[in-house]
Design a protein around this ligand. Sequence first.
Ligand SMILES: [Cu+2]
Length: 505
Amino acid sequence: MKTQLPLPRLTAALGLLLAGATLLTPSARASEGTVIAKPGGAPIATELPLEVAVLTKAPNVPPPIGRKHPAKVVVNLEVKEVTQRLADGVEYTFWTFGGEVPGLFIRVREGDVVEFHLNNHPSSKMPHNIDLHAVTGAGGGAASSFTAPGHSSQFTFTALNSGLFVYHCATAPVPMHISNGMYGLILVEPKEGLPPADREYYVMQGDLYTQGATNESGLQAFDNVKAMDERPTYVVFNGSVGSLVGDKALQAKVGEVVRLYFGVGGPNLTSSFHVIGEIFDRVWTEGGMKHVQENVQTTMVPAGGSAIVEFKVEVPGTFILVDHSLSRAFNKGALGMLKVTGPENRRLYSGKEIDEVYLGQQSAAGSAASTREAQLVAQKAEAIAKNPEIANITKDIQLERGKKVFLSACFACHLQEGQGLPGVFPPLAGSDYLKADKERAVRTVLKGLSGPITVNGKPYNNVMPPQEFTDDQVADVLTYVMNSWGNASGSVSSDEVKRIRRAGQ
Ligand SMILES: [Cu+2]
């Protein structure tokens, strides 16, 4: 932070500090070290013109600011948990800022007052927050932005320092939230702006830890042991293997100046960022605006850090972006492409391309084969699911599992044949109460039931305690009950249980 501030900025900064002080009451500490702020900080008053920030998905960057004066900039960022492709045939449940990994790119100007709205989608399972390294204030906004699913938080900060800054979720367990995709970049342009470039792109590296080995197919879960050991199964650019390869490669024309806003979300690895076949004419090292290094081959970018690299492309070809810790590039995914088109310049370079040697499995043909394989695997799964014989077997398995749950708990009161005990435990066999309302039956098992009810015309007024089972077990036992002893009233899926459990919280 600078020591001498012009008066309006100083008051704004003071306001922020004071707001921060009142926000962080000791009672506002949540479990697992996450600090939650209570609402009540007075919004920073400002007479500045209002603007809504343009946010972009990687590899796109919002247009340069162009303004010559500060503004109040409103940022609306939505947190969403989404299951999508990590590699061919490999799926992962990402936690995202804006439905994308990395999170949407934010661009403001030094001196802007940023009114930040963090909206956590109702379908999220986790609370999340945001720590922007561009913020001067406790937690970088984390405490003030802690947001439960289906809620939205607002806080305001003044962008005092220009630079390219990482933002990330800082909710416990923080490494897991970051690894799952919760990181992005915010560029605070210096007052005088940045020199123009012909192409600006957004690339961000992250490390992932899956329970399966690298390239093991299917939906993969987070592996905390591998994360603690810093042994990633994937190291990727822009959220997935191959996100910048083939027809998704970055594009440029001979003679253009290409600028990359490069960041590392981590959570753990630093990047030795390099573009094979190019030399960075200029590097704003560590994302700071003051010192521009020239003629750099590889720039070191720390976890939670950034760099701006810029180079003029003189010859056509495919230039490969890598983390020069090369096993990460060739075996774990940290590889992208910049395709430069235009006339050859044989005086500078003879022009023989070496794509195949460098790309191995990730060449266009290899990638197409993997995609086809993934499609066939999906087709096979679909065909199996549609086969009535297999559907019946699946249901039979569910009934047997449900029976085990019933015999481990419910039967103690409702008795083996679901007949119940007159006046004490209502019957489940032939129960009109059960048949009438499936959701109510799910709630009964999850939360218990007490007070007067009528089953098959007979009154009961007793207490059923909540049953401690997983969503699958609740689905299985109710499906079993609904299809036993003459009952024929359908089935319950574990997704329905999950939804009802969440709605009841
Ligand atoms: Cu989070």
